[in-house]
Design a protein around this ligand. Sequence first.
Ligand code: ATP
Ligand code: MG
Length: 413
Amino acid sequence: MARIQTPHRVRGTQDIFGDDQRRFAQVLGTFDRVKALYGFQRVDIPIFEATEVFSRSIGETTDVVSKEMYTFPDRGGDLLTLRPEFTAGLARAFLTEGWQQHAPLKLATSGPVFRYERPQKGRYRQFHQIDAEVIGAAEPMADVELLVMADQLLRDLGIEGVTLQLNTLGDAATRDAWRAALVAHFEQHRADLSEDSLTRLEKNPLRILDSKDPRDRPAADSAPDIDAYLTEEARAFFDAVTAGLDAAGVAWTRNPRLVRGLDYYRHTAFEFVTDRLGAQGTVLAGGRYDGLIGSLGGPETPGVGWAAGVERLAMLLAEPARPAIDAVIVPMGAAAEACGIGLLAALRRAGLAVDMAYKGKMKQRLAKADAQGARAAIIIGDDEIAAGAAAVKSLADGTQRAVAFDALAEALR
Ligand code: ATP
Ligand code: MG
């Protein structure tokens, strides 16, 4: 007889359950709370967009666009892409939905994003990001606010050992001059560069700076810093950002080799990095993208934002809080079970988290209640029904007392 093959989970995707689910919930819940403290409003955007939303804003030569996107024609022949990040879609929404009238806008969102990458610890093909953006603010204060918020998120999650690395990519004039200097430098070291970096030299020479290929490191490490090419304006902007961080008590270090993978960044670029996740050490990253909305055909509009990987943050959490319920009802006998169903419904309607343990011996049921993290067991048998009061046993200290059925909700609070 032919055996039916069970379907498999697609490579690089996850089924998030149990402890992992609790970690996820803690990251998302904390983000939700912190973003409200900073006055960011939630927005939800589509999971797929017209492919050009990403190719035009992220840049054709980036790894994300050239190698990692899930792109497909739909049945009507439109070319669509599953979002590999949020920023481009938010910029598209800003333009198509007329959100200009609300600018500057502080936006927060979260959800699944998709990248065709080689799966490994902390790297998936469907993963999740939390994302915060300020669109329509050109001032360094916006960069500072986003960074202080990211820092508070990590603090509130109790995540330690993460450092904020900061760099500036300057304004357009700075970037052009620096780029020319980098090209001249790398041309002289052509013979030492990896094949990938030879391609980058043609298309995106900044990317050679953060190459992970050891063959590229000597040339990358000896490359000129941006500092000599910063215009006065660009330097003043960076100074304002670092002064703001110092005033807010957020620690940072300068990393002159930090460039971001996406083409749209200007001025501030940053990553929160840890050494606890191996090669997947960047947990939160972002920067300023003043060129992005223009590249989508909209009016030149400044923006700055960041995204963090929920999986990577979740892995860094200390033991997440176990879910606990208020009580478990333990009915002994058929009449008690019927009475228990009524009490269960009444207590849940009163806003208490209650379950019923109706299988096995009393001892096993109490053990189950304990395993669920219940504070109390509500024991009902024929005597209790006759008296109209349950035996409420504290699972912390084992003490027991009688509580009238209609006083149970109050007693459990
Ligand atoms: P990496 O260098 O690790 O590939 P990235 O620069 O491509 O990261 P961003 O585009 O800045 O990442 O995305 C922001 C965050 O999303 C990252 O800092 C990381 O926490 C998370 N992230 C990126 N790619 C993945 C992935 N494939 N799986 C899980 N998390 C990811
Ligand atoms: Mg990547």
